[in-house]
Design a binder for this molecule. Structure first.
Ligand code: NAD
Ligand code: UFG
Length: 351
């Protein structure tokens, strides 16, 4: 009997995947990483190996390549490490790029998920954790938003792929009653591993607030533009629920343990979605202020026009994750911003 379950982490060289791999290993899982390096590189894999202090297997594979996926599952099986669960992070995630090239996003994210589900079925792998996003809710009518909020029309092709993948997973369950899935809807992950060995490394000019802010403070970019201060919020800037990536990583451990525990009880759980956030909103101007306070560095910024497609205010009701998975975010916004800054200072392009 296999004592240490092997978990395949697709997108394992990416931002959230690499941090999750570390938390999984610390929790006693054996981790197998897979990535096509379309938005990452081998440095994150080295970082994971050094933090885990073990030679984590890595496969350079595209999730749309079914034969290559089959090879991964078979190779691990032949080595006596049958894969028992999959965490599926692999996806393209740039909202703007998805608007310019929707078919790329549909192909990469939806076809990649379809192929993975097919191969999981061939190898009788019954446990899946899927990376979804609060983008599935669009502009919510009520905040904090809970998991029963309706899916509104997707704001972008990227958001559409998340809605479509959630549906694919639920549909996959009908003919596969043994299959179990936890769908995790992330709010806004920020921060880095506290050792600054791994972190977020976006290619090119960052679209997201924290990587841009850090690069701006490091002098790599111009002043941060605050996209709109005329919204109906207390200080006029948009509100989000920023959570530390290590809290997010640990939520995946809780989700897997939940799946495995349920299996042990011989129950068929089907699927369940969970919001992952802190339950607290912070505005863009509050984030700037918190960053300055915790790092002692001033943020160069100017007020700019609203960015098209931005949701005004969203934060999570994450009580379901607390009640059922036993998970809640523990780290503060300040700690997350400090860890983002520590990571930025260590990156070669920050010199
Ligand atoms: P990331 O780009 O850092 O990581 C994704 C990884 O998947 C990358 O390493 C990329 O090379 C890889 N990848 C992409 N397509 C692939 C394919 N077809 N085959 C194999 N590998 C592929 O992004 P992240 O921030 O770590 O996001 C991970 C997941 O979480 C994604 O599904 C994303 O949509 C979701 N998510 C992210 C956020 C966020 O703000 N970061 C919010 C909500 C949801
Ligand atoms: N912002 C700025 N200036 C910038 C960048 C962002 O003011 O240079 C503002 C945005 O207008 C928004 C807030 O900072 O009000 C957060 O923006 P991000 O781009 O960091 O994050 P979003 O909430 O827009 O979207 C992110 C991911 C999506 C994901 C969503 C929910 O980019 O893929 O979180 O998880 F779907």
């Amino acid at each position: 009997m296999q004592l240490i379950p092997s978990i395949l982490v697709t997108g394992g060289a990416g931002y959230i995947g690499s941090h999750t791999a570390v938390s999984l290993a610390k929790a006693g899982f054996r981790v197998v990483l897979l990535d096509n390096y379309s938005n990452s590189d081998v440095k994150a894999v080295h970082g994971v190996r050094s933090l885990i202090n073990a030679d984590v297997p890595f496969y350079e594979v595209d999730c749309r390549d079914k034969d290559a996926l089959i090879d991964v599952f078979r190779t691990e099986q032949e080595m006596g490490h049958e894969i028992k669960g999959v965490i599926h992070f692999a996806a393209l995630k740039s909202v703007g790029e998805s608007v310019e090239n929707p078919s790329l996003y549909e192909d990469n994210n939806i076809v990649g998920t379809e192929r993975l589900l097919e191969v999981m079925r061939e190898f009788d792998v019954e446990n899946l954790v899927f990376s979804s996003s609060c983008t599935v809710y669009g502009e919510p009518e009520v905040v904090p938003v809970d998991e029963n909020a309706p899916f509104l029309e997707a704001e972008s092709p990227y958001g559409f792929t998340k809605q479509a993948c959630e549906k694919l997973i639920v549909d996959h369950l009908k003919p596969n009653p043994e299959f179990n899935a936890v769908i995790l809807r992330y709010f806004n992950p920020i921060g880095a591993h506290p050792s600054a060995t791994i972190g977020e490394s976006p290619n090119g000019v960052p679209n997201n607030l924290i990587p841009y802010l850090c690069q701006s403070v490091a002098g790599i970019r111009g002043a941060l533009q605050v996209f709109g201060t005329d919204y109906p919020t207390p200080d006029g800037s948009c509100i989000r629920d920023y959570l530390h990536v290590m809290d997010l990583a640990e939520a995946h451990v809780s989700a897997l343990e939940y799946l495995f525990k349920d299996k042990l009880r011989g129950k068929d759980t089907g699927w369940r979605a969970y919001n992952l956030g802190t339950g607290k909103g912070a505005s863009v101007l509050e984030v700037i202020e918190a960053f300055e306070k915790v790092t002692g560095r001033s943020v160069p910024y100017s007020i700019a026009e609203r960015r098209e497609g931005d949701v005004v205010a969203i934060w999570a009701n994450a009580s379901r994750a607390k009640d059922e998975l036993g998970w809640e975010a523990k780290r503060s916004l300040e700690e997350a911003l400090n860890d983002s800054w520590k990571w930025q200072k260590k990156r070669p392009d920050s010199q």
